[in-house]
Structure formats: structure tokens, C-alpha cells
Design a protein around this ligand. Sequence first.
Ligand SMILES: *[C@@H]1O[C@H](CO)[C@@H](O)[C@H](O)[C@H]1NC(C)=O
Ligand SMILES: *[C@@H]1O[C@H](CO)[C@@H](O)[C@H](O)[C@H]1NC(C)=O
Length: 150
Amino acid sequence: MFKIVFVLAALACCAAAQNVIIAAPPALATVFPGQSIVVDIDRVPSLTGSQDVAVAIGIKSCVGLAPAGTCDGVDTSGDIGTPLFSGPYTPQPVGNGHSDLFQNFTVTIPQFLPEGAAVLSVAHFGLIIGEEPFLEVVNQTVIIGNDAAF
Ligand SMILES: *[C@@H]1O[C@H](CO)[C@@H](O)[C@H](O)[C@H]1NC(C)=O
Ligand SMILES: *[C@@H]1O[C@H](CO)[C@@H](O)[C@H](O)[C@H]1NC(C)=O
């Protein structure tokens, strides 16, 4: 006789996701076409020996895709828009008694983005416990200002 044992995967098992946050620019910051801005990508120190590998930063206009001034309902998890940077992510301690890690990337806002809301996305790739691939996409909504005023 077979004894069938159902092993339920404990969905909550796995190493805490090593989520990054976009510390800058702040939500709804106004940026201008052609402007260089700092994208500050932070995370808490790894508790699980996770290894950061890379990030890709992209921007996508929400004009015509969402109610004016918002990116509501736009999902960038499968399309980060125009890439502004892609490469290694090697965050360093913030210092001053804070345990968080940060890395600043200077990127240029594309000239062709229309005035209005746009979503800045960061795709973050790492390896949990040095071996388990991990990919997340986080975002921040920004407002593209009128470049004539910049
Ligand atoms: C931004 O991230 C939030 C939280 O994960 C999510 O609810 C929202 O759909 C995302 N927005 C875009 C434009 O991807
Ligand atoms: C990183 O960028 C943030 C946001 O612009 C800024 O406050 C911070 O001073 C920068 N850190 C370094 C070391 O440049």
C-alpha cells in the first residue's frame, strides 16, 4: 500500500525578500526632461547572506495610461520603460549610526517624456543565500515638469 503524504510547502518559509526602496527622488518629486537626478536605492542589511547583483532603472510616462497626475493602474513589473541605467548594485553603509545600505545612481531624464506623471522603476536582482535567484521591481511616481521652465 502506498501511503501518500502531502507535504505542504510553507509559503512563508523563505528568506525574507531583500527589498530595496527608492529613497530618492521622493514620491511626486518634479523632475525635468534633460535633468540629471540622483536615484538613491537603499536596503536594510541582509540577515540571510543575500548577495546583491544588479539593478536596472527605467522610466515610463503614465500620460494617457492613468488618470492625470497619477500612475494608478500602470504596472511596470514587466516593463520598466526607457532604461536609464543597468549595472552592478553594490550598496554601501549609509554611516552615521544607520545600518541601512545605499547606493546613489545619477541618471538623466529623457528629453522626450511628456509633461505629467511618470513612473521610475528599479528592477533589483540578487541571490538569496548566495544561490537562490531573486528579482523584484519597485517604483516611485514622479512628475515630469515643463522643460521650458527648467
Ligand atoms: C508600484 O509599486 C506598488 C507597490 O508594490 C504597486 O502597488 C504599484 O502597482 C506599482 N506601480 C507601478 C506603476 O508599477
Ligand atoms: C545620495 O543621495 C541622497 C539623495 O540625493 C543624498 O541625500 C545623499 O547625500 C547622497 N549620498 C552620497 C554619499 O552622495
